[in-house]
Design a protein around this ligand. Structure first.
Ligand code: NAD
Ligand code: 4TP
Length: 339
């Protein structure tokens, strides 16, 4: 019988942050092995240290061939991307070499997925500052993956069991947001949210679209983006058969969303959506990049330099990201959407 478990590639993230230790803790969990086969892309020394910090009963086994055997108990299979020195692995002190290593792990994982040699990728956290200091000028994974995959428009979604949020603008200065909230961007975000949530999570999703300004602009007193941009974009989406509602006031909407009223909430900027999501789901939330030709999930937290090496970082979001990637790969492989 061929092994049909999804093949998940996992990037180590910033080796000076919590990435390696949360990966190690996750891969020692038998539930993860039950649902997928996995391969870590990263650095041997960083992963060995992560195993020690997590106290995981694992040993690193280097692999050069993509044979995708059943993931073995006690083994962390590694596709070696770098050979970092101790200097490059000091907690909270990323170097050009460590920043470059985490970048190359992401590129390699994307390549394996794009070429069909892996079914999905799950990423551990990177420092965007370290990425840029290493000469790779991207605001985050999302924008880098969009370029690698040739995707014109991608959407960041963060998801937990009680709420999903997607973002019209992602890694942008707050001062730039009003200029970037355009009819076209709002409509595209609604369309991609609808298409991918329908495909992977929930058929015919009901989508709430938030206002940008307090009280939906209060008839123009506090801004007119609602009347000029958001309402027409929602109406255009509805004309396409999408069950979208809005603009809705952001201060109250989440109260209703978590009671099950909506399958996704389209938010105008990063913190508008991620504050409520992380408040509810910091432990088990997953970041999913919608609109890519490949499946990519990630943790919902950062490098947590303050915790790196202490063994106190929770691995729950990493586990949720890997299991969600496996679930999405199964849905994609079945050629059918989520019931
Ligand atoms: N997916 C990603 O790659 C990703 C996501 C978010 C932030 N980042 C990056 O991480 C860096 C640090 O960002 P930040 O300080 O805003 O956020 P952060 O998530 O790293 O830390 C915020 C707080 O949450 C705590 N925390 C984080 N992860 C935790 C875990 N697993 N268990 C328990 N507590 C945890 C930290 O100790 C800290 O107190 C930045 O460079 C940012 O860009 C990356
Ligand atoms: N905005 C995300 C968060 O706050 O969790 C995070 O920065 C991750 O971004 P990328 O997946 O693009 O690296």
């Amino acid at each position: 019988m061929p092994n049909t478990k999804p093949r998940i590639v996992i990037t180590m993230g910033d080796p000076t942050g919590v990435g390696p230790e949360i990966i190690a803790a996750t891969l020692a969990d038998p539930e993860v092995r039950k649902h997928c086969r996995f391969l870590v892309l990263g650095d041997r020394a960083a992963m060995a240290r992560g195993i020690a910090v997590a106290g995981a009963a694992l040993k690193v086994e280097r692999t050069d061939a993509l044979n995708w055997e059943e993931s073995k108990e006690g083994v962390l299979p590694l596709w070696e991307i770098s050979s970092l020195t101790d200097t490059d692995m000091q907690y909270g002190r990323p170097t050009v070499a460590s920043g470059d290593a985490m970048y190359r792990a992401i590129c390699e994982a994307a390549r394996l997925c794009l070429e069909g040699n892996a079914d999905a990728m799950a990423t551990a956290p990177i420092s965007k500052e370290a990425l840029n200091r290493a000469g790779h000028h991207y605001p985050g994974h999302t924008e880098l993956l969009a370029e690698l995959a040739g995707a014109e428009r991608v959407v960041m979604m963060l998801a937990g069991s009680r709420m999903r949020v997607t973002l019209v603008t992602i890694h942008e200065a707050l001062a730039d947001v009003p200029r970037l909230v355009t009819f076209e961007r709002v409509l595209e975000t609604i369309r991609i949210t609808h298409r991918d949530v329908h495909r992977y999570f929930r058929r015919n999703p009901r989508i709430a679209v938030l206002a940008l300004n307090p009280h939906c602009g209060e008839g123009g007193m506090f801004g007119d983006e609602e009347a000029r941009i958001i309402a027409p974009a929602v109406e255009a989406a509805r004309q396409e058969g999408i069950d979208a509602l809005g603009p809705l006031s952001a201060d109250t909407l989440f109260h209703f969303a978590i009671q099950g009223g909506y399958d996704a909430v389209v938010c105008m900027y990063h913190d508008q959506g991620l504050i409520p999501l992380k408040l509810l789901h910091f432990d088990d939330g997953v970041n999913v990049t919608l609109g890519l030709p490949i499946i990519r999930t990630s943790v919902d937290h950062g490098t947590a330099y303050d915790l790196a090496g202490t063994g106190r970082a929770s691995a729950d979001s990493m586990k949720a990201a890997i299991l969600m990637a496996a679930d999405m790969a199964r849905v994609k492989g079945s050629g059918d959407g989520k019931p």
